[in-house]
Design a binder for this molecule. Structure first.
Ligand code: 8YV
Length: 338
């Protein structure tokens, strides 16, 4: 029997990370790489010290209360922790860590790419050529999109990722508006020339592009409700690389279908019963760009996320404060997503 920490990893991770984990820990990886059921997680955790979880693991109060006593740490591979019932974790005396910062820039890049792709009809431009297997040739009026420069961007949630998006957007000549729990200090707002709104409804009425960068918590769940979406300008675009539950997806679909919104780019969407066929139809009609939770999907980010998980586990097992320990005073995630 080794004294190495015993860990269960619920999904496959980059090979270099799995290899490093295997040298440092007694590592049990879910080779099948399919989302484990609660009972699979529980049986896999027998005799383990650490659960390495991802966003696809639903770690609700029931699971937490049934954990073997040996499990003291949940080390999330990822930034958002809305799959974990943190209150139940605190009650059970567990430590929970995540991997912030390392995916900030890549996620902001993807949001910005989508922001450009929507008004400039980037995806449509390729699709037309593939469909026709030919190009009708250039004309002064073909494939006209809309200019990004001078438009107003409204960022919902000005944390690390929102700020990184604002920095990029400045370079494209967008004016920056943001709604956040707290106003950012002048040092952040100043260089970005960002305008703070304490009234989200009012900001939504003003901006041309809305981009969501808030964690999913009890307060932000459905933050873009049908009533809020209705306040957006009819020629406005929406970008969501955060979480599907932040918005009323059926309402968004209806607004796009009836021309009450210009378009949307969704890296996250309700997939509980598959992708909504009406959303797919909108994507086919090039009113919507759909990507499958790719915003942080770079090899570099995944490796750095894995390294952060390793650092958190080692610190914890050595009796130190893990660098990315979550604290009970953070906003409660909207736990136990279904
Ligand atoms: C990750 C994410 O792919 O970190 C997050 O919050 O949404 C994604 O970028 C996922 O969390 C991995 O668990």
């Amino acid at each position: 029997t080794s004294s190495k920490p015993k860990i269960l990893v619920t999904r496959r991770l980059p090979a270099s990370i799995e290899a490093r984990m295997a040298t440092l820990f007694e590592t049990d990886v879910n080779e099948a790489d399919q989302t484990l059921t609660a009972s699979d997680i529980l049986s896999g955790l027998a005799g383990k010290d650490v659960l390495v979880s991802t966003i696809t693991d639903r770690i609700d109060a029931g699971l937490i209360e049934s954990l073997p006593a040996s499990v003291r740490l949940i080390a999330q591979f990822g930034n958002g922790v809305d799959n974990i019932d943190l209150e139940a974790a605190w009650r059970a005396g567990l430590t929970v860590t995540n991997t912030p910062s390392v995916l900030t820039e890549d996620t902001a890049d993807m949001a910005t790419a989508l922001m450009l792709a929507l008004p400039r009809r980037l995806v449509e431009g390729t699709q037309i050529l593939l469909r026709d297997r030919a190009w009708a040739g250039w004309s002064p009026t073909s494939m006209l999109g809309h200019r990004l420069r001078s438009k107003a961007l409204g960022i919902v949630g000005m944390g690390r990722i929102g700020t990184a998006v604002a920095q990029r957007a400045r370079a494209f000549g967008l004016t920056i508006h943001y709604y956040s729990r707290n106003r950012r200090p002048q040092g952040v707002e100043g260089p970005l020339e960002a305008t703070y709104w304490d009234d989200l409804d009012a900001m939504l009425e003003t901006v041309d592009i809305v981009s969501l960068h808030t964690p999913l918590t009890r307060d932000t769940s459905d933050i873009l409700s049908a009533a809020r979406l209705a306040r957006m300008k009819p020629d406005a675009y929406l970008v969501n690389v955060s979480r599907p539950e932040l918005l009323d997806e059926p309402a968004l679909i209806a607004f796009l279908e009836t021309g009450r919104l210009a378009g949307a780019a969704l890296d996250v969407f309700d997939n509980r019963h598959g992708i909504n066929p009406r959303l797919l139809a909108l994507a086919e009609a090039n009113r919507v760009i759909l990507t499958g939770h790719m915003a942080s999907a770079t090899l570099e980010a995944r490796i750095e996320m894995g390294e952060a998980v390793i650092v958190n586990i080692r610190a914890f097992m050595d009796g130190h404060q893990p660098p990315h320990r979550l604290l009970p005073d953070m906003p409660q995630p909207r736990a136990a997503r279904g």
